[in-house]
Write a protein that binds this ligand. Structure first.
Ligand code: BGC
Length: 412
């Protein structure tokens, strides 16, 4: 139950939404996900929302909805289609995207890499390759040098642990490597797809931990490269916090603490000296010993936006500015989204009251988009996409969010 009273945010608070290149742009054929789709392992992405050509119109909508910031990612496979060969035309495209945001007074936040990898990089072993941090940092440095005058907020990577976990533990995303017995364990997980091919091996347990470590090294190298190329830019990382918590039972509390340590603190500790801020994505919680029956989102996830408060407070100890770089709900009928957003905002305000230095909130997502192994069926957008006509329709909940933005908080 929410307590009453106005919840007003600090002046200059950023409000907006997030997208990611592969999920909205369309026409990206030279990355690992496109290859996996050609092999029939994941749904094809095709032209997605055709945001690559329609970004001006999409940003008009964001502007109309009162957004003053927007998170995008740039596509590595577009910018560096061959190892060491950079495509100036694609840089030109992203410069035009940034200019379109600037013209609408929307502050850009760029993520350098959001899950999809150039095929040449994967063929060299991807993040299993000990050279990967160097290769990734070179790409990030190049982008920062080209876009650094037009954008001051960069994140190196999106959700490294989710990437490692789905690729090398659950085996549901490229490169589809799974731990032994995972097939069985996944049957109980809502939204997880069954394996498209069996590549379970004990070695993948070792690889998962290796990848997690290599990603931290890659972030640290990229941080230095971006800082050197774009003087004064803010450079961070985007981490999905899964909030593990527990009832009174000490054993449950121990489980929760161990999982929080591995999933969040171990990674953040590896990179904390080389990050100016932390982007927090929040969707999931797991409460050990919980008997409550939660309402479910279209992803089959618990409706528990209140967990955003705990997720933010978990990172308070690192004393870095925090951004809610993603939080949102798959809700095709827009039945719960307005309430979900209101409750997220409330939870975020509570975290600020408890000392978390939160600077902004970006709803996931501006548009319906390609939800990875789930394809286009799941609808996270403030804006509905008709995938046959590519028509955009603003959902009613987007206007509830707009009101929150206009009031810079909740007025109850
Ligand atoms: C990712 C997005 C994804 C969203 C909803 C986050 O893990 O960054 O790419 O669409 O969650 O599942």
């Amino acid at each position: 139950m929410r307590d009453q009273g106005p919840r007003i945010f600090p002046e200059g608070f950023y409000w907006g939404a997030a997208t990611a290149s592969y999920q909205v742009e369309g026409g990206i054929e030279n990355c690992d996900w496109a290859e996996a789709a050609r092999e029939g392992k994941v749904p094809p992405c095709g032209i997605a929302c055709d945001h690559y050509n329609r970004y001006e119109k999409d940003f008009d909508i964001a502007k109309e909805l009162g957004h003053n910031c927007h998170r995008i990612s740039v596509e590595w496979a577009r910018i560096e289609p061959e190892e060491g060969k950079f495509d100036e035309r694609e840089i030109g495209h992203y410069l035009a995207v940034l200019a379109a945001l600037r013209a609408r007074h929307i502050k850009p936040f760029i993520t350098m890499w959001h899950f999809t990898l150039p095929q040449w990089f994967v063929e060299k072993g991807g993040f299993e390759n000990p050279e990967a941090p160097k290769i990734f940092a070179r790409y990030c440095g190049y982008v920062a040098q080209k876009l650094g005058n037009d954008c001051r907020h960069f994140s190196t990577m999106n959700e490294p642990l989710v990437f490692a976990s789905n690729g090398w533990r659950r085996g549901t995303w490229p490169p589809f490597k799974a731990w032994p017995l995972m097939e069985h364990a996944l049957q109980a997980v809502p939204g997880a797809r069954p394996f498209v091919e069996k590549r379970t091996a004990l070695r993948n347990v070792f690889l998962y931990f290796k990848i997690a470590k290599n990603l931290a090294r890659a972030h640290n190298a990229a941080y230095d490269a971006i800082k050197a190329a774009a003087f004064g830019a803010e450079v961070g990382v985007v981490h999905q916090v899964i909030l593990f918590h527990a009832n009174w039972n000490p054993l449950n509390k121990l489980f929760a603490a161990l999982l929080n340590w591995h999933w969040t603190h171990q990674f953040i500790k590896r990179i904390v000296r080389k990050t100016d801020s932390i982007g927090v994505n929040y969707y999931l919680h797991k409460k050990f010993g919980d008997t409550r029956a939660y309402e479910k989102t279209d992803m089959g996830w618990d409706v528990y936006p209140e967990g955003l408060c705990g997720a933010l407070l978990m990172l308070k100890r690192y004393q870095k500015p925090l951004w809610v770089s993603e939080a949102g709900v798959a809700d095709a009928h827009d039945a719960i989204r307005a309430d979900y957003i209101t409750r997220l905002v409330h939870a975020m305000h509570m975290a600020i009251e408890k000392g978390a230095d939160v600077r902004g909130f970006m709803y996931w997502s501006l548009l319906d988009n390609y939800e990875w192994a789930q394809g286009f069926e799941k609808r996270f957008g403030l804006v509905e996409i008709d995938y046959t006509t590519l028509e955009r329709n603003v959902r009613p909940s987007a206007y509830v969010y707009k009101e929150i933005i206009e009031r810079n908080g909740l007025v109850e």
